[in-house]
Structure formats: C-alpha cells, structure tokens
Design a protein around this ligand. Structure first.
Ligand code: ADE
Length: 541
C-alpha cells in the first residue's frame, strides 16, 4: 500500500496511483489522528495523507472519537465485512461519508464509510446534526448523543419491563410455601432441605439451590398478603403475632409469625433484619426468616419481620408445662447448641466462609420449640456481627447488654475484653449453660423433678437488676444448683459437666459451643451404650 504526504513523495504517489487505478481500489484519506475543521454542516478531516486501499473490497472509512477535551479523527481503508472497534460499519454504499453515531467498547463514537469518489472519507456529513464539529463541542452534543441513545434505551426499557413482568408473574405463581423459598437460602443440599422442611405445613417436592434458592424473597418489594391473628408474645422492642400468609396461587394459608416493631424501635428492627438477611445465617436451629417489611406511614409506621411460626411457643413456657424425657432433652439441647455453634462459626455447614454472630441475649424465652426434639434460636434484636474488619472501638458500646439474669460475670462487671471477638461468644456460652441447666432440671432422668424455675429463680425477684445479679454471680460466684442425684444417669452426668464447664467464671476456660456440640455426640454414644442398663436401673427403682 502506498501512503502519500505533501509534495515530497509526489512522484512515488503518482506511480502508486497509476498501479492502483488499474486494480480499481479506492483512494482514501489515511491518518491515524487529525484535527478536523468544520464549516456549516460539514467537517473536513484535515488529514494530509492518502492511500490506495490494498484490495478492491476495502472502502474509505472515517472514525470520529471525542471526549470532553478533544476530537480525534482517524481515516483509513477498511474491509466492510470486518469489525472496526469491535463493531461493523454503518451503511456505506455511497460516495458521501455520512457520519453515524455508534456505541463501541470505547464509548460513543461516529463513523462513516464511502466508496467510489476519491478521498471520499475526507468530507464528513453530519445529517440532522447541523455541524458535527461544533455540535460535538457544544452543549448541543448532549441532545445528539441522547437522540442516538434513544433506540438502545428503548430496547433496555422494554427488556427490563418484560423481565419485571416475568418475575412478578413467577413470584405470584411460584411460592407453594414462603417458608420453602426462604428456606432455600443458604441450604446445602436439596435432599437435606427437604428433610428439614418436612414439618412445614406446605412442603415442596424439590428445590434447586442454584436457581430458586439463590433467589431470596426478601428482595421482593411487594408486601406479603398477611392477616394478623392474635398476639403470641411481647418483648422489650416488639410484639410477636401469629398471622396467616395467603398463597395467592392455591388460596391456602400458612401460619407465620410477625414481629412488629413500633417506629421508635427502628434500630432494633434494622439490626435484627440485617442479621436475618445474611443468607449464611440459615440453619435448621435458627428461626426461619421469610422477609422484612415497612408498613404504614407517619404515626402509624411499623416495621415487621416475618418468620416461620412455631405453635409450641418458647422453651421457657414449654418447660413450665412439660417434663422432658432424656431423649427429648438430648435432642432438643443438641439442636440449641448446634444453632449457637452455627452462629459462632466462621463457616457455613457447606464450608463456605461466613461472619460469626454473637446472639447476646440467649435465654429460654428466646428459644422456640419446633418439635419434641428440636428447637430454634430467635430474637436477634441485639445480636452482633463479629466482622473481623471491626476493631475494639467499633464494639465500644457493646459491653453490658442482654438480660441481667443470664449475664456472664464479666458482663456484670463490665470487664469484657473487646479486643477479642471470642469474648462475645464466651458470654453466649455462659447463658447457654444456664439454659441447659433449665432443661436438665425438667428432665425425668434426674429423678425427682421440681416445678419449673428460671435459673436463680428462687434467689432473686422476677426481673432481677444487674446489681442483684452482680452480687450473686460475680461476687458470690453463685450458680444454679446441680444435686448429686442428677449424676446417676451417665448421660446426664456428662451434661452436668458440660453445663459447669460452660458457665465457668473464667470466660477463657469455658467450653466453646463447638466443643459442647461434640459433647452431645458423646452423650448420644453413652446413651446408646448404656440404654439397656439404664432402663433396667430406672425401672428397678
Ligand atoms: N414467639 C416469638 N416468635 C415466635 C414464633 N416464630 N413462633 C411462635 N411463637 C413465637
């Protein structure tokens, strides 16, 4: 290919021109970069080089790129079937180079292609754009760009609308059970999920984790069709209601729990919601989250958290009316411990990493009874994400929270080591040990079972204050009583040791929730090894 510039290479140019005229290739402007000049509605490339194209198929092309500061014009020969700047040329079968706006990888640019006339890519015509150069350098450039963006924008809007309609249609059709949809979040395998959901009122036959399950329903901004039934609980920040959730497709109702926060408890709702919306929280022993909602407006503004409903209510009320068999105690306690171990863990059961969470208000009234053998932790109103990126300063106000009766000695003393995030887990383990004691105290395996009492029940008033608990737990080192008679049962003997190691005065000496979970495996084994022996022992009494 011959490239000609000024007069210096005139002779060479003429000979090349003669050669190319015979093969009928196009003569085009050929500059990598030139500064165009514009007049009226026309611009000229201001390129002083030209070239005969190598092949007859190649046409003359001009590419006009610009940013806020400058315009850059490139002229060349180009085969129109090949992409340029990753795009194909706009229509080019004319002798005039008519500029067209195109959207390329590098942004918006203008291009034209032309044939037949010599150096036809020198004169650039901006139709409907009075003067390309001035247009593109003036404020009018915005409407030009906007007009050329209209078709892709319209397309994008149409596609988005169609997708939205499709999604809302699917959302209306799909949830056989809202619990199922929410349950999918963070599950490990569909088989396991199905097992866990078998107790749900309306269960699903299959769940594809990668598709349906990744689609957490709390992204849905529509309010759920819910009818409140009656109040089942009242806490510090919120009330809990049993409610009916209507399944629009089938007309069925599903019982759900709605935790209603008044406007002034927004922070508590926000905190609990932020804990629940972490998909990695999902666990069979953590209350099943469905969604969070803002309802009403102005003075009537309310914040809702919608979860699974458990008709058996909380563990405190359950123990008050119900004795536990050793097997029930073992399974229920194991489920609670494994719920706490999951919260505290840096890993999901699938092995992916997660942020550890401290509950900070573990007590029997914050544990729900799912069945005679399984419980779930609830009430994450003051739970804390133990994000490794946070520092002691971030935890500065995290010292003395929770319920005084269940507060660990270091919490009562306000001497929590905020530098070490394990401290928050150790506090939880202390409270957990008290809950295990409550359960043991209502278990048939201990022999004579007394009326239900909260830990330190007979020693303090109904809602003891921090000072009372400090005297007893911190200064007096008091703990609930574990009579020797409880230890006659081998499994219970291990449970008593587990409880004592859980409420150790020294936070660092306490068992971790994970170790506790392992103890339960031991208790199960002890139980199966000696089950015959035990039944003989207890029946002969
Ligand atoms: N009390 C608090 N939360 C509850 C729930 N999810 N189900 C039943 N009772 C509750």
């Amino acid at each position: 290919m011959g490239v000609c510039g000024g007069t210096t290479t005139l002779l060479m140019c003429l000979s090349l021109a003669a050669a190319h005229r015979n093969t009928r290739t196009n003569l085009c402007k050929w500059c990598d970069n030139s500064q165009p000049v514009c007049e009226g509605g026309v611009c000229y490339t201001n390129c002083s080089l030209s070239s005969y194209c190598e092949t007859a198929e190649e046409i003359c092309v001009t590419v006009w790129k610009q940013d806020n500061e400058s315009v850059q014009v490139m002229t060349l020969c180009h085969h129109p079937h090949l992409p340029l700047e990753n795009i194909l040329l706009p229509p080019y079968n004319t002798a005039r180079c008519v500029m067209q706006a195109v959207s390329a990888d590098s942004g918006l640019l203008y291009m034209c292609g032309c044939v037949e006339e010599q150096e036809c890519n020198d004169k650039l015509i901006f139709y409907n754009q009075s003067n390309g150069y001035s247009l593109l350098h003036s404020r009018e450039a915005v409407p030009v760009a906007a007009i050329s963006l209209i078709p892709p924008l319209l397309l994008a809007i149409t596609v988005t609308s169609l997708f939205y309609l499709y999604r809302t249609h699917r959302l209306r059709k799909r949830p056989e059970s809202w619990l199922v949809t929410a349950a999918c979040r963070g599950g490990c395998s569909s088989v396991r999920l199905q097992n866990k959901l078998s107790s749900s009122l309306i269960s699903t036959s299959q769940c594809n984790i990668s598709m349906a399950c990744a689609n957490s329903i709390n992204h849905n901004t529509e309010l759920l069709p819910i009818e409140l039934d009656h109040r089942v609980g009242k806490g510090r920040f919120a009330e809990v209601w049993r409610a009916k959730l209507k399944h629009t497709a089938s007309g069925h109702y599903e019982a759900v729990a709605v935790k209603i926060f008044p406007a002034q408890e927004y922070a508590s709702w926000k905190n609990e919601s932020s804990i629940f919306t972490d998909a990695n929280l999902k666990h069979e022993n953590v209350l099943q989250f469905i969604t969070m909602e803002e309802r009403g407006s102005g003075l009537h503004k309310e914040y809702w958290i919608i979860t699974a409903y458990h008709a058996r209510g909380n563990l405190k009320d359950y123990l008050a009316h119900q004795l536990l068999s050793w097997m029930s105690l073992l399974k229920m306690a194991e489920s609670i411990v494994s719920g706490v171990a999951h919260l505290h863990s840096d890993y999901t059961p699938c092995g992916t990493s997660k942020v550890a969470i401290a509950h900070r208000d573990i007590k029997s009234s914050n544990i729900l009874v799912k069945s005679d053998s399984e419980c779930a932790l609830c009430d994450f109103g003051i739970a804390l994400r133990l994000d490794p990126l946070l520092t002691a300063d971030d935890f500065a106000n995290s010292g003395q929270v929770g319920t005084a009766r269940y507060m660990a000695p270091e919490v009562l003393e306000s001497r929590v080591n905020l530098e070490d995030m394990e401290s928050f887990k150790q506090m939880d383990v202390y409270s957990l040990a008290l809950v295990l004691w409550e359960m043991a105290s209502r278990c048939e395996a201990i022999g004579e079972v007394k009326n239900y009492e909260l830990p330190f029940g007979s020693m303090v008033q109904q809602q003891p204050c921090v000072e009372t608990m400090r005297d007893m737990v911190l200064h007096g080192r008091g703990r609930p009583d574990i009579p020797d008679s409880w230890r006659r049962h081998p499994g219970m003997d291990i449970l008593c040791d587990t409880i004592i190691e859980g409420w150790d005065h020294d936070p660092e000496a306490r068992l971790t929730a994970h170790c506790m979970a392992e103890r339960f495996i031991l208790m199960r084994q002890t139980d199966s090894d000696s089950s015959n022996l035990h039944s003989i022992f207890y029946f002969s009494q």
